[in-house]
Design a protein around this ligand. Structure first.
Ligand code: HEM
Length: 205
């Protein structure tokens, strides 16, 4: 009987995430047109993941991507798994540190704290990276997030992505190689990359 509330909570969270589809979000501040999904990490609270692709994007070459994450401040850390699961794909982990926001590139082939990963390189954009009273937000370009282990994420359709969330904070939040506690929730969604063409001609990419 004691398991019941947790099971109901998990089922509700799953249905929330799987019922969502991507929307287009034009960000006046950065000029990017993002494909956006908001995913519940606890009931009633969401993480927002926005993805923008170069336009045009090569049909076969590796391509860069711009990621924007918006997270409520009660989030200790949030991670995006580009391959849709914890193992063997680039993980982008973000957290707030005082008034700044930290991005950490990770990777793991086993279910332990993922280690720093140099296969993906990030450029954090000052514009679009900020905090207010309730949320922190980060905007970064990634080289190496969309091609890994012989896989190349689709630019013309949807890709299965995953997130993980923890209320617990990294032990050394000022360092992007910090350890951090196990997640409290994770889930999956289909992110539409076909609508993620950026509207500005971006020398950034
Ligand atoms: C803090 C260190 C971490 C540990 C010790 C850890 C451990 C685990 C374990 C044991 C599972 C199996 C399911 C369970 O028992 O609940 C799991 C699943 C999962 N983890 Fe982690 N994890 C960590 C960090 C991360 C990060 C940073 C991400 C994503 C950015 C992530 C994403 C996932 C996902 C999506 C699953 C579901 C199974 C899958 O799709 O691969 N984890 N993790």
């Amino acid at each position: 009987m004691r398991l019941m509330p947790a099971m109901i909570w998990a089922a509700a969270l799953t249905s929330i995430a799987s019922g969502e589809s991507s929307t287009v979000y034009r960000d006046a501040e950065t000029g990017f047109t993002f494909s956006e999904n908001s995913v519940s990490y606890v009931l009633g609270k969401s993480l927002t993941f926005r993805i923008a692709l170069p336009n045009p994007t090569s049909a076969s070459e590796p391509y860069n991507v711009v990621l924007q994450v918006v997270a409520p401040k009660d989030v200790g850390w949030a991670g995006l798994a580009w391959g849709g699961g914890m193992l063997n794909d680039p993980l982008t982990v973000v957290w707030a540190n005082g008034n700044s926001v930290v991005l950490s590139s990770r990777y793991t082939s086993s279910r332990v704290v993922p280690q720093p990963y140099t296969g993906a390189a990030y450029q954090l954009f000052r514009t679009g990276t900020k905090q207010n009273g309730t949320h922190f937000q980060l905007t970064a370009k990634c080289t190496g997030c969309t091609t890994f282990n012989g896989r190349r994420l689709s630019t013309t359709g949807t890709n299965k992505l995953a997130f993980a969330y923890s209320a617990g904070r990294p032990s050394d939040p000022g360092s992007n190689s910090s350890s951090f506690p196990f997640h409290d929730s994770f889930n999956y969604w289909s992110h539409d990359f076909s609508t993620a063409g950026m509207s500005i001609s971006a020398p950034l990419l």
